[in-house]
Design a protein around this ligand. Sequence first.
Ligand SMILES: [Zn+2]
Length: 391
Amino acid sequence: MSSTVITNIASLVTNDPSHESADSPLGLIQDAAVVIDGDRIAWTGESGNAPAADNRVDVGGRAVIPGFVDSHSHLVFAGDRTQEFNARMSGRSYSAGGIRTTVAATRAATDEELEANLVRYLSEALRQGTTTFETKSGYGLTVEDEARALRIASAHTDEVTYLGAHIVSPDYADDPAGYVALVTGEMLEACAPHARWIDVFCEKGAFDGDQARAVLTAGKRRGLHPRVHANQLSYGPGVQLAVELDAASADHCTHLTDADVDALAQGGTVATLLPGAEFSTRAEWPNARRLLDAGATVALSTDCNPGSSFTSSVPFCIALAVRDMGMTPDEAVWSATAGGARALRRTDVGRLVPGAYADLAVLDAPSHVHLAYRPGVPLVTEVWRHGSRVA
Ligand SMILES: [Zn+2]
């Protein structure tokens, strides 16, 4: 195992509480160095104090941040929904089937096509600094198609989520209770071996509070841990249910009552905000400031999917969160790294502390603030994952 010192870092984001200051959660170190030993971080600190290492990499006064932890995406799919997006953004009505369009294309695709598509978007995300990815099923909605989506995903990430309860399958349009029975029965049995998490879209037109509870508790009994698509399009029971069932994350959180905000602040469930979805549907932004001021833990993620948020770019989400959701640049970078790790209940990613994975991004900028200050500019110039330079 060889060691490497990355040095001449103008500004290093560690998210290490032992480096935390009163005005930033990022554990910033100026004129810093990082030592990597094998696949892990061995040391961080000021350049002048760096211990010797086998190799030396000089990043020329750039900033270094932990690799992004994208805790919410839907990347096992086929087809796209360009026309639907174009119609929505052109103010025209469009009567295609939304998620059902992607379900039909996904069912028709071969395993090889689905995997090639997944790999394409994962490598696109990696080039933009994302070193940990969660992804979900939810476009198969049959026992075989859901299990196959998870099998394909699990070859590429440990963070795999069973979302058979994305919408009621079109095959069960007249029998939603029958579909919930399938999702909590035979489909769960087929999917659980390939997944870590279980998720449900708790929303009018998808699954109500009782159905969502049935899905999540069945998953828990089978050893899957819950996360919830909650309160995206309207007020509803999703957030409170997520906190009650100790879900790792309640995702979207766009329409929250004071009681919902209190529950998130008191409980162990992270509020994951997905501004790509509001951007792509011209919807109302979630209020990150309100959640942060109440004391909730906030994560930022892409929700990358072909219908409502077709971006794999965490930097884009950071810029939106700063511009439109009341987050400071430091808070947004924390939420996209350490916050994402919290939403996956991980302590070995999302921060550059001794013992954590050596997952980091080098920015062609002197500070992480440039991620919001220079929106749309590809600032990630180098990505390291598990101690190796991968992009
Ligand atoms: Zn989603």
